[in-house]
Ligand binder design. Structure first.
Ligand SMILES: [Fe+2]
Length: 516
C-alpha cells in the first residue's frame, strides 16, 4: 500500500507528483487556494512520442497527456531545457465515454503537444492546474545517428498481475531510452477502463519495486503496436471488431497513445468498428488523425529504424497498397539496423497460436530489404529462432481475413551456423517472440525441450534455437554502431539468454567512434 507522497524519485532524478492517490487509477489534485476544484484524475501525467517519424534536429516532439473525470480545469504545460522551463504548450481536451456508465458519463483526455525540440535534449516539463503545480518530470528526445541506444521490448503484458509489475520494474532497472511493446498492452478488450486499472498504475507507478511496477511513463517514451486484445468484440462472423455497443471506451490504443503518423492514411483493412454511431463518432473525434492511421507507422532512433505494422486478423498482408508502403518504408531508411514489429509471430512452435501464420507472406519482403530482427508477441513465452529465409508456397490461407487458421506452408533455409557468440553474422532474419511480458504463460514444458520445438506442418524444420516458457521475461537491446546485443531478462532480474549480432555495412558512419 502506497502512502501519499509529494516528492518521488523517478528515472534518475526527482519528479514531483502532487496528486493524492485515492485508489489504483483515481487521484485527487490539491485544492487551489480560493480556486475551483479540479476534476479527479484517472491517469496521472505521462509522456508519449508524438507524431514524428524521421530524425530531424529541431523538429522533435513529445506529447504530455493525462486523463480526468468530466470537468473543467485551467491546465498549462511548461517545458524547457532546464527546470526554469521557459516555453509553454497549448493544452487541449477531448471527451471519451466512460466504460461503466456509457453515454451518461464522460471522461476527458488532456494533451499538450511539445514540438520543435532538438535531438538528444533532456527536456523538463511541468503540468499545472488552476494555478497549482501538479507534476514535474523530464524526458530526453531521440538520439541521432551514431549514438548508442538501449531499448526494452516485451508484449502481452497488463492484466493486473504481479508479473506485470515485475516486468515493469526490471524494465525500469535497465534504464532504457524507450520501450517497444509488441502488442496486447492490456487485457481483455483494450478499453480506457482497462488502461486505467492495469496499464498506467503499473508503468507509471509512484515508485519502483518488484511488486509495484515503476515510474516509466513519465520519463520513458512507450511505443506499442495494435493487437488482438486492443480490438475485442465479435461481428456476426465471429471476427474481431471494436464493439462500442459493449464497450463505449473501446480502442484506447487510438486515444491514449500518441505515436508517429506516417502510415497509410486510408488502409485497405482499417480497424473495424460497430455499435451506436454517436459512440463511434465520439471516439473518432477524440482520436482525430490517429484513427485509423496509427495502425501502421515507422520511426528512427539512433542507428535503428522501426517499422510497426498492424497484424490483426482483419488485415490481409497480401494487400498491394500495404506491401507497397512497407517496401517503400524499408527501402528508404539509411539506418544501420532495421527492426519490424507486429503482434502475430510468423514463426512460432508453440501450441496456442501456431496456425496464425499470415505474416509469413511478408518474409521475402523483409529479406529483400535487409531486415535484421522481427519482434512479435501473442504466444506468451520467449522464442529465439535461428536466422530464417522463408519462401512461401503461394499465399496459403494468409488472405483469409478474420480466420483463425492462417497457415502458410513454404520452404525454409535455416542458418544453423549463427550462434550469437562466436558466429555473429546471421544469414536470414531473426524472428524473436517476446510475449512473456506479464500475462499467463503458454506452452508449459517446452523449456529446454528442443524435441518439442518443431512442427509437422513445417516438416519438423528445426528453426528454433531457444525457447523459455516457464517464466516471464523482457528483451533488452543494446544497439552500438555495428554491434547489437540482445539480453533476455526474467522476472527475477536474471539473464536467461543473450546473443550478439554484428555487421559491416556501408550505412555505418560511426562504428569506430563507439568501438563497434
Ligand atoms: Fe495476442
Amino acid at each position: 500500500m502506497l502512502s501519499r507522497r509529494d516528492f518521488l524519485r523517478s528515472a534518475g532524478g526527482i519528479t514531483l507528483l502532487a496528486l493524492n492517490r485515492i485508489d489504483d487509477g483515481l487521484f485527487a489534485a490539491p485544492t487551489p487556494p480560493g480556486g475551483p476544484r479540479l476534476p479527479l484524475f484517472t491517469v496521472v501525467p505521462y509522456i508519449q512520442p508524438g507524431p514524428r517519424s524521421r530524425l530531424t534536429d529541431g523538429d522533435e516532439s513529445m506529447v504530455v497527456a493525462w486523463q480526468t473525470l468530466e470537468g473543467a480545469g485551467d491546465f498549462s504545460v511548461d517545458f524547457g531545457s532546464s527546470e526554469r522551463f521557459g516555453r509553454s504548450a497549448r493544452c487541449e481536451r477531448a471527451a471519451r465515454a466512460s466504460g461503466h456508465s456509457g453515454d451518461g458519463e464522460r471522461r476527458i483526455n488532456w494533451t499538450a503537444a511539445i514540438d520543435g525540440l532538438p535531438l538528444a535534449q533532456k527536456t523538463f516539463y511541468r503540468v499545472r492546474g488552476n494555478g497549482v503545480t501538479l507534476a514535474e518530470g523530464y524526458f530526453t528526445t531521440r538520439q541521432p545517428r551514431g549514438r548508442r541506444i538501449r531499448f526494452v521490448s516485451f508484449g502481452d503484458n497488463s492484466y493486473g498481475d504481479l508479473s506485470d509489475r515485475a516486468i515493469a520494474f526490471h524494465t525500469y532497472r535497465q534504464h532504457p531510452d524507450f520501450v517497444m511493446n509488441c502488442g496486447d498492452n492490456v487485457y481483455e478488450s483494450g478499453t480506457d477502463d482497462e488502461y486505467q486499472r492495469y496499464f498506467f498504475p503499473v508503468y507509471n507507478a509512484d515508485a519502483a519495486g518488484q511488486r509495484l511496477g515503476a515510474p516509466l511513463l513519465r520519463s520513458v517514451p512507450f511505443y506499442t503496436v495494435i493487437a488482438n486484445h486492443d480490438v475485442q468484440g465479435k461481428d456476426e462472423h465471429g471476427h474481431e471488431i471494436a464493439d462500442f455497443g459493449r464497450s463505449p471506451d473501446a480502442l484506447a490504443y487510438y486515444t491514449a497513445m500518441h505515436l508517429p503518423l506516417n502510415g497509410p492514411d486510408a488502409p485497405t483493412h482499417p480497424t473495424p468498428t460497430m455499435g451506436p454511431q454517436q459512440r463511434v463518432d465520439l471516439f473518432r473525434a477524440c482520436a482525430g488523425a490517429r484513427f485509423p492511421r496509427m495502425a501502421n507507422y515507422s520511426f528512427d532512433y539512433g542507428d535503428a529504424h522501426f517499422l510497426c505494422i498492424d497484424s490483426n486478423r482483419y488485415v490481409d498482408p497480401n494487400d498491394a497498397p500495404l506491401r507497397t508502403w512497407i517496401a517503400n518504408d524499408l527501402s528508404t531508411t539509411d539506418a544501420t539496423w532495421t527492426f519490424v514489429v507486429f503482434h502475430h509471430p510468423p514463426f512460432n512452435v508453440g501450441d496456442e497460436h501456431y496456425s496464425v501464420q499470415h505474416m509469413r507472406v511478408l518474409a521475402p519482403l523483409f529479406e529483400a530489404h535487409g531486415v535484421d530482427i522481427v519482434l512479435s508477441g501473442h504466444e506468451h513465452n520467449y522464442q529465439r529462432p535461428r536466422p530464417i529465409r522463408f519462401t512461401p508456397a503461394g499465399i496459403g490461407r494468409s488472405a483469409d481475413v478474420g480466420g483463425k487458421d492462417r497457415r502458410v506452408p513454404g520452404a525454409f533455409i535455416v542458418d544453423r551456423g549463427f550462434d550469437g557468440v562466436s558466429n555473429t553474422r546471421p544469414d536470414g532474419v531473426l524472428y524473436i517472440v517476446t510475449g512473456a511480458g506479464g500475462k499467463h504463460l503458454y506452452d508449459a514444458g517446452f523449456t529446454d525441450s528442443p524435441s518439442r520445438w518443431t512442427h509437422a506442418d513445417d516438416d519438423h524444420v528445426e528453426y528454433v534455437a531457444k525457447m523459455i516458457t516457464d517464466r516471464h521475461s523482457l528483451s533488452v537491446f543494446d544497439v552500438d554502431g555495428a554491434r547489437l546485443t540482445m539480453t533476455q531478462i526474467d522476472e527475477a532480474g536474471d539473464e536467461i539468454d543473450r546473443f550478439v549480432v554484428t555487421k559491416t555495412s556501408k550505412r555505418i558512419s560511426s562504428a569506430e567512434a563507439h568501438g563497434g
